[in-house]
Design a protein around this ligand. Structure first.
Ligand code: A2P
Length: 317
């Protein structure tokens, strides 16, 4: 799917991105292959993060694909102990070194929540084992954002953006940003569509990028109540169109005007996910209204409260 959305930064962002998050030893070696296969299948947007631990492999996959660097959009993110303005550039330099790249296209603040760090740049944890929150830099993102703006000026990234931001947090950011956020990457799928946030982003020219569009995989951070891929409406629309449920979810995300980031390390799925069908108005509506018809399905998969016990999502939980 070759479509792109031009962000406020002027950077053209391909709507279909390959996600690369697969923590744990099982993923070793798989990510490089996935990235290479993804690029060969047609993906021109690769999404990663310092946290994912696979930036070396992302770089390897890019090199193996032999694609020209300028034909690819690479996005990475800094983790939460790097919010101090003097640390942001260091985190990007580390990411670039791991990927063996000179620049990225998109550099994102991974979470609005800032943590304190140790001298070794690890997350500082308190006596209760939980990360110590940096309240100042969580309440006020301006110092961190200023450091990110400097990275655009120095050419280390073409655009900057955020991830996991709510409407009030974006509003505040827009009030002081000299360089507007190019995107906000958040969890979004038919069971957690975040319609208000999408509308807000469209109004402000912020690209809305959807992670976990297939419902994500079970893991430490995930609440798995049911499988989105088994949703009866998704399955019915898939059958009707002779495609897979995953393709319906990706098509819906693109048709509602978002960037979508399905993750797979299985080459056949990587290729299938790139073959996005066109949903009829009726089929789109069936998927779009899943949450309206069944409010009980409404939930996010990523459960950060359970892990940290510190993050307040507010109204959109
Ligand atoms: P795998 O990587 O083993 O192929 P999300 O993008 O929502 O985080 O979901 C990723 C999960 O969905 C992964 O576990 C991935 O498995 C799986 N997945 C990716 N593409 C498909 C597909 N076309 N059909 C079924 N499962 C898929």
């Amino acid at each position: 799917h070759a479509k792109s959305i031009v962000s406020s930064s002027g950077v053209s962002i391909p709507v279909l991105a390959l996600g690369t998050f697969e923590p744990g030893p099982a993923s070793i070696g798989r990510c490089a292959t996935a990235v290479k296969e993804g690029i060969l299948a047609g993906y021109r947007h690769i999404d990663t993060a310092a946290l994912y631990g696979c930036e070396e492999e992302v770089g390897e996959g890019i090199r193996d694909s032999r694609i020209r660097r300028e034909d690819l959009v690479v996005c990475t993110k800094f983790w939460q102990q790097y919010h101090q303005p003097e640390d942001v550039a260091r985190s990007l330099a580390d990411s670039l070194r791991r990927m063996k790249l000179d620049y990225v296209d998109l550099y994102l603040m991974h979470w609005p929540l800032a943590f304190k760090r140790t001298e070794n740049y690890d997350v500082l944890t308190g006596a209760d084992g939980k990360p110590v929150v940096d309240h100042e830099l969580t309440q006020n993102h301006e110092p961190t954002w200023r450091a990110m703006e400097a990275l655009v000026r120095s050419g280390k990234t073409r655009a900057i953006g955020v991830s996991n931001f709510t409407i009030p947090q974006l509003d505040k950011l827009l009030s002081f940003a000299d360089i507007k956020p190019a995107c906000n990457q958040v969890e979004a799928h038919p069971w957690f569509p975040q319609n208000d946030l999408l509308e807000f982003c469209k109004e402000k020219g912020i690209v809305f990028a959807a992670y976990s569009p297939l419902g994500s995989q079970p893991g430490a951070l995930h609440i798995v109540k049911a499988r989105l891929l088994d949703d009866e409406d998704v399955v019915a629309v898939a059958k009707k169109n002779s495609v897979e449920p995953a393709q319906v979810l990706i098509a819906w995300a693109i048709q509602r005007g978002t960037v979508v980031i399905p993750k797979s390390t299985t080459p056949s799925r990587i290729a299938a996910n790139y073959m996005v069908p066109n949903l009829s108005t009726e089929d789109f509506k069936t998927i779009d209204e899943i949450c309206l018809r069944s409010p009980s399905k409404k939930h996010r998969f990523v459960n950060f409260d359970a892990v940290w016990g510190v993050l307040q999502f507010g109204e959109d939980r």
